[in-house]
Write a protein that binds this ligand. Structure first.
Ligand SMILES: CC(C)(COP(=O)(O)OP(=O)(O)OC[C@H]1O[C@@H](n2cnc3c(N)ncnc32)[C@H](O)[C@@H]1OP(=O)(O)O)[C@@H](O)C(=O)NCCC(=O)NCCS
Length: 197
């Protein structure tokens, strides 16, 4: 589920994260144009909480995500570029109980959405793997989860492909878009992640 708009604001920007083919970077004004190309599609939003964006929703989302720049402080939202074009969005946010302190080991959740025009080339796999490497570089980050509608097979395949473990299938635990939906939960621990051990 794409929860890039959930989390607390921060000021610290991460480095740009380069991969073999992609660049992951924090949001900039103007990113709504590239994001609207796929976040405006009903097939892309089928299993997201939100309906397809219009221009106003895209502008508002980008405005919110510009401040999600530091996972250690709450949330990190990144666009994914291929050859200078926005092809996806990925995010990570802390999901611990509020009483947890900065000294406590934490859990983060990931979200992702990619343009179908660039699907089937492993871009999401490459970007989310790089995001996990980056996330596990965050001090005291212990566990990372991803959740999706159980019907979202491409998203579940992605979680599996990058090495997350399927830990749960909750039956009709979420009321989304006027229906009860099942949720799959995937997770990995720092000690299980190649760069995190
Ligand atoms: C979930 C989502 C990102 C998956 O996209 P995807 O194109 O399947 O994922 P990738 O870009 O990693 O591509 C993987 C596919 O390319 C193939 N592939 C080709 N080259 C590859 C490479 N170098 N590395 C990995 N996979 C490669 C894989 O075999 C796989 O194909 P398959 O699914 O038929 O087995 C996409 O469907 C999406 O954005 N959906 C809408 C938003 C959404 O639901 N988000 C999740 C909310 S929880």
């Amino acid at each position: 589920m794409d929860m890039a708009d959930v989390g607390r604001s921060t000021a610290t920007a991460p480095e740009v994260i380069p991969t073999d083919r992609l660049v992951l970077r924090t949001y900039r004004p103007g990113d709504h144009r590239g994001l609207l190309v796929f976040h405006g599609r009903s097939d892309v939003c089928r299993y997201l909480f939100n309906e397809p964006w219009d221009l106003a929703a895209a502008r508002e989302a980008v405005q919110t995500r510009i401040s999600r720049r530091d996972l250690a402080a709450g949330a990190l939202a990144l666009v994914v570029e291929y050859d200078g074009q926005v092809v996806g969005s990925v995010s990570a946010w802390l999901v611990d109980e509020p009483e947890r302190t900065a000294e406590t080991e934490r859990t983060a959740e990931l979200g992702w959405a990619f343009s179908p025009e660039f699907g089937g080339r492993g871009f999401a796999t490459e970007a989310v793997t790089a995001l996990l490497d980056y996330v596990f570089a965050t001090p005291r980050l212990h566990r990372v989860i991803a959740q999706m509608d159980s019907r979202n097979e491409s998203s579940a395949r992605l979680a599996q492909r990058i090495g997350m473990r399927r830990e749960g299938h909750f039956r009709q635990n979420a009321w989304i878009k006027n229906e009860w939906t099942d949720t799959l939960v995937f997770a990995t621990l720092r000690s299980e992640w190649p760069s995190g051990a």
